[in-house]
Design a protein around this ligand. Structure first.
Ligand SMILES: [Mn+2]
Length: 505
C-alpha cells in the first residue's frame, strides 16, 4: 500500500493535496492514504481558531474549514494525530478519535485503527513533565495555562498504548521519541537545527514516554513532526524487529514535508479490497473497556475479552467500522469568511459516536472530559453573578451561592467562586464585607480584561517557530513592548504621585 506522510500540516490541506496530485502526474505514484503527524489545525470556524495555542497575530484559518464546510473534499483518506497547534476545542470533542470532515479522521488522544489491513496507532500532544501525570482538566474558554496544557501528553494514554500486544505497522506522534537522534545522522540534524544541541547533549530532547512506546511496540514505521526538519532513523530492537523512523518538515514550498512510502502489511496478507473504511481496533477498545472495569489495570487483554468487547459493541448497535465518506455529521458552525469582531472559544460537546462507544463499553464520560465539560453538555447553569453581589451587599445573612467545580464555566463564574470563598473565609462585619466586595470587583475587572480574544481580522499566513512560538528567524521579530495596559496605567499613577510629592513644599 502506498502511504503518504506529511509533517506539520499547519492547516495547509490545499497545498498538501496539490503536492500529491503533482506527484501522481509527474511520477504516476498514487497514494492510498495520507498520514499527518500533528499540527493539523482542524479549524472549523473562528471559535475553534480562538482555542489554538499561538500568538493571536499568527492565527489564520488556512484551508481546513473548506473541507469541513463541504466546499472542498479530501481526495484520499487522511488520518492525523494532534500536535501543539490545534483547534483544541474541536479535538476535545473526539477524545476516542473520529471524523473531523468527510474522509479526514483524528486518531484521538491516543488510538489504534485499521485501514485496509494496515494497523495504525498514534498519540497526540507534546510532552512536558509537569502535566504528564495529571488527568485532563481543561475546559474552554481556556485560561492562558490551559490553552497549552490541553495539548500536553498524558500518562494515561501512554499506559494504554503500552498494553498493546498485536503488532503495529505504523505509529504517529507529534514530538520525537527521546533518544531517537542516536539512530540517525545527528551531525546533519544539528547543522539544520543547531539549537537542539544542548538538549540532545544533556539527554532532555524528545518525549521519554514515546520512547517507552517505541521500545515496547517496535512498530515497523514511526512518523513524527514538530521540529520542522526531515530526519530519518533506523532503530534495531533487542527483539530483532526494526523501526524505520521518519520525521518530516512542515508544509511549505521547497521543504521536505511529504513522502510516499510503500508499506506492506506486517502479517504478509494481501491488502483488503479497495474498501476505504476506517475500522476500530478490538484490542484497543478492549484496553479501554477493561481499564474502566478494573482501575489501574496494566496487563494486556485476552482474546476472550476482545470477543466480549465486540459483542458489547454489536449489542449496542455501534458500528465496528466507520466509513470515512458517509458517516460524517457536522456539529459546529461553519466558518463565515466575512465574519468580524472578537470571537469566544466554543464549548466542547462530545461527539455522538464517541458517546455511543463510551456507553457501549462502560467508559465513564468524566474520565475523558473535564467535569466542567460534562456540566456544559448536560446544560447545567452557572451560579448567577449579579444576584450574589446584590445579596452580598444588602443581606446581612446572605449565604454563599452554591458553587461547585462542575458548574464553573466562565471566568465570571470563577470570579463568583472566588468571591464566595473570600466571603465565607473572612467573616461578616460590614467593613470586611466592603473590602471583600471591592477586591471582588478588582478581580473581576482583571479576569475580564486579561482574557484572550481572537483577532478581529485574520493576518496573512506567517510561519512561526514551533519550539519558541516566535516568528521564524528570517521574519520580522515581534515588537518587544508586550507589557499589558494596566502596567502603563500603574506607571502613570506613580508618575502622578511623584509629581505631586515633588510639588509639596
Ligand atoms: Mn508542533
Amino acid at each position: 500500500m502506498k502511504v503518504a506522510v506529511v509533517g506539520c500540516a499547519h492547516g495547509e490541506l490545499d497545498a498538501i493535496y496539490a503536492a500529491l496530485a503533482e506527484a501522481e502526474a509527474a511520477r504516476g505514484v498514487r497514494a492510498d492514504v495520507l498520514l499527518c503527524a500533528g499540527d493539523f489545525q482542524a479549524v472549523r470556524n473562528a471559535a475553534d481558531l480562538a482555542s489554538m495555542a499561538c500568538p493571536p497575530r499568527f492565527r489564520d484559518m488556512r484551508s481546513f474549514w473548506r473541507y469541513y464546510a463541504g466546499d472542498a473534499r479530501a481526495p484520499l483518506p487522511t488520518l492525523f494525530v494532534g500536535g501543539n497547534h490545534e483547534a483544541s476545542t474541536h479535538l476535545q470533542e473526539i477524545p476516542l478519535g473520529g471524523l473531523v470532515a468527510p474522509n479526514i479522521y483524528f486518531l484521538g488522544n491516543a488510538g489504534v485503527v485499521n485501514f485496509r489491513g494496515l494497523r495504525i496507532a498514534g498519540v497526540s500532544g507534546v510532552y512536558t513533565e509537569h502535566n504528564f501525570h495529571k488527568h485532563r482538566f481543561e475546559s474552554p474558554p481556556y485560561p492562558r495555562s490551559q490553552i497549552k496544557s490541553v495539548y500536553h501528553a498524558r500518562r494515561e494514554d501512554v499506559d494504554r498504548l503500552l498494553r498493546l500486544r498485536a503488532p503495529v505497522d505504523v505509529f504517529l506522534s507529534h514530538d520525537w521519541p527521546r533518544g531517537i537522534t542516536d539512530f540517525g545522522d545527528l551531525a546533519a540534524l544539528l547543522r539544520a537545527k543547531p539549537f537542539l544541541k544542548g538538549e540532545i547533549a544533556d539527554g532532555s530532547f524528545g518525549n521519554p514516554a514515546s520512547r517507552k512506546v517505541l521500545d515496547a511496540l517496535a512498530p515497523s514505521f514511526w512518523f513524527a513532526a514538530h521540529i520542522h526538519v526531515k530526519f530519518p532513523a533506523l532503530v534495531h530492537h533487542d527483539s530483532g524487529k526494526t523501526t524505520r523512523f521518519l520525521a518530516l518538515d512542515k508544509a511549505l514550498p521547497k521543504r521536505d514535508f511529504i513522502q510516499i512510502l510503500d508499506i506492506p502489511r506486517a502479517d504478509g496478507e494481501a491488502e483488503a479490497e479497495a474498501e476505504s473504511a476506517i475500522e476500530l481496533d478490538p484490542e484497543w477498545l478492549t484496553i479501554l473497556r477493561t481499564e474502566a472495569e478494573q482501575r489501574g489495570r496494566q496487563t494486556p487483554v485476552s482474546e476472550e475479552e476482545m470477543h466480549a468487547t465486540v459483542q458489547k459493541m454489536q449489542a449496542s448497535g455501534v458500528k465496528p467500522f466507520l466509513s470515512p465518506i458517509n458517516d460524517f455529521e457536522r456539529r459546529a458552525a461553519m466558518h463565515d469568511p466575512k465574519g468580524r469582531g472578537t470571537v469566544e472559544q466554543g464549548q466542547v460537546v462530545l461527539q455522538k459516536e464517541n458517546k455511543s462507544i463510551m456507553a457501549a463499553l462502560g467508559l465513564p464520560e468524566d474520565a475523558w472530559l473535564a467535569k466542567q465539560q460534562i456540566a456544559q453538555v448536560n446544560g447545567a447553569q452557572a451560579a448567577p453573578v449579579t444576584p450574589y453581589l446584590v445579596s452580598l451587599l444588602f443581606s446581612p445573612t446572605a449565604s454563599s451561592p452554591k458553587t461547585s467545580s462542575t458548574k464553573l464555566q466562565t471566568t465570571k463564574d470563577s470570579a463568583t467562586a472566588f468571591g464566595a470563598m473570600l466571603y465565607s473565609t473572612l467573616g461578616y462585619s460590614t467593613v470586611v464585607r466592603f473590602v471583600i466586595t471591592a477586591a471582588y470587583f478588582v478581580f473581576i475587572f482583571f479576569a475580564i480584561t486579561t482574557r484572550g480574544t481572537a483577532p478581529s481580522s485574520f493576518p496573512p499566513p506567517h510561519p512561526f517557530d514551533p519550539v519558541s512560538n516566535r516568528p521564524a528567524q528570517h521574519h520580522t521579530p515581534l515588537p518587544t513592548s508586550t507589557s499589558p495596559p494596566h502596567q502603563h496605567h500603574t506607571y502613570r499613577t506613580l508618575a502622578k504621585l511623584h509629581a505631586f510629592r515633588s510639588s509639596l513644599p
